[in-house]
Ligand binder design. Structure first.
Ligand SMILES: Cc1ncc(COP(=O)(O)O)c(C=O)c1O
Length: 412
């Protein structure tokens, strides 16, 4: 294969087969640049490794002019991040269900910053740190009682496994401060994902910053690092554009000037987090059409990729707002787009406008660089994982496939 054709979707599908994830590293670097430009200078940006832990994607995040830090929630994510070159001391370890073994592994690997989601979580982190003769920095994750009015995937303001309820913080502060092996160095908020629009994002951040300032006053917590979370949006398995935030930087600067006057001098340092914004539009899933059939007046397009390759979230009852692309072809009708698995749950989209498809055609599901393969039911029904191909311009950077091995016996 020559020149451009080496990395065309058709050529890659021909060479490696389908289903095939295609990641465009130039697009990753473009969204990283856009995000750094959208937030004030000096902001730390944590990349949520859960969105896409592919090694080339991770390398793109930690290299270049703007370097993200890694936000990890498991031993697997931690090692993926370290292998890709993220600095161990700059990783932020989060998650409501950290096990002692995971914290041991993290501390031994050199992680020194954790987000503690409860007093008991903090005690677990402290016990491990003490046993390893170190003191680790901990952000207290806050479940803010007063969420802003904006919409998106909300993770706060409701009963939740995430964070300490803000209204209980004053009463818990003495106990939090007393946990040996830990030093409380700030607060962590992550109130929502995928904000509806720029205004909603701004309002959420304004609310978060105001609450953080109030809690700092009320508790006397030393805040050296304030992680205000995310909410940066991106289309998922559907057409559309990743937003470019034009007002956010100025609005954040104003809010921070009002509530944390020392922030421009790094007191506190301000951090935000993103997964989907950074990678969603860099990924496509190229699928083969296995069969097309009619049943009682409905058309079914059966792909070689289902919820085992895309959309564990679909398997959990949230249907994807999916679109299918076929270059140069107009929609010829609607169909249920399903995968090859033996379950009615293997539905990628209902009433999806599709071209006139037939067995052997190739279709592309756009904008699945985030929560694509990594959020899928990979082991279900035992098909091989899709190939993952990373390209940069006309260069094929890598082609790989996540491999399952058969289970092995535990015991002696
Ligand atoms: C703590 C935390 N940070 C970052 C993210 C990434 O979210 P998104 O991909 O919407 O940016 C998540 C997503 O669940 C999260 O829980």
């Amino acid at each position: 294969l020559d020149g451009d054709d080496r990395v065309s979707r058709a050529a890659l599908a021909e060479r490696f087969g389908t289903p095939l994830y295609l990641y465009d590293l130039d697009r990753v670097s473009a969204s990283k640049r856009d995000l750094f430009e959208a937030v004030p200078d000096g902001f730390l940006v944590y990349y949520a490794v859960k969105a896409n832990p592919h090694p080339d994607v991770l390398r793109e995040m930690c290299g270049g002019d703007h370097s993200c830090r890694a936000e990890v929630s498991s031993t697997g994510e931690l090692h993926a991040a370290l292998d890709a070159g993220f600095s161990r001391s700059e990783c932020l370890y989060t998650g409501p269900g950290k096990t002692t073994a995971e914290v041991v592994e993290a501390v031994e690997c050199g992680v020194r910053l954790f987000s503690a989601e409860s007093l008991s979580d903090l005690c677990r982190i402290g016990a491990v740190a003490t046993s390893r003769h170190v003191v680790v920095d901990c952000l207290i994750r806050i479940n803010n009682a007063a969420a802003s009015a904006s919409t998106g995937i909300r993770m706060t303001g409701i009963p939740s496994q995430f964070g300490i309820d803000s209204e209980t913080l004053v009463g818990t502060m003495a106990e939090l401060n007393a946990v040996a092996g830990t030093r409380i160095t700030g607060m962590h908020f992550f109130p929502l994902s995928n904000a509806q629009d720029e205004q909603a994002l701004i309002e959420e951040f304004r609310n978060t910053v105001a609450v953080a300032a109030r809690l700092q006053r009320e508790t006397g917590m030393p805040v050296q690092l304030l992680d205000i979370g995310g909410g940066f949006a991106a289309p998922y398995a559907a057409s559309g554009e990743r937003p470019v935030y034009r007002r956010l930087r100025e609005e954040l600067e104003d809010t921070l000037d009002a509530h944390f006057p020392g922030w421009r001098d790094g007191q506190p340092r301000i951090a935000c987090e993103s997964g989907r914004y950074l990678v969603a539009d860099a990924g496509q899933l190229v699928c083969g059409v296995g069969n097309v059939k009619e049943s009682r007046g409905r058309r079914f397009v059966i792909l070689d990729a289902g919820i085992n390759a895309l959309g564990g979230l679909s398997g959990l009852g949230r249907l994807l707002p999916m679109t299918v692309e076929l270059a140069g072809t107009r929609a010829a009708g609607v169909a249920s787009v399903v995968g090859p698995l033996c379950t009615t749950g293997d539905l990628l989209g209902r009433a999806v406008p599709v071209p006139d498809l037939g067995s052997g055609d190739t279709v592309v599901i756009p904008h699945v660089g985030a929560y694509g393969l990594t959020a899928s039911l990979l082991a279900f029904l035992g098909r091989p994982a899709p190939v993952e191909v990373a390209v940069r311009g006309d260069d094929l950077v890598s082609a790989s496939r996540v491999q399952f091995t058969r289970s092995y016996q535990l015991g002696d």
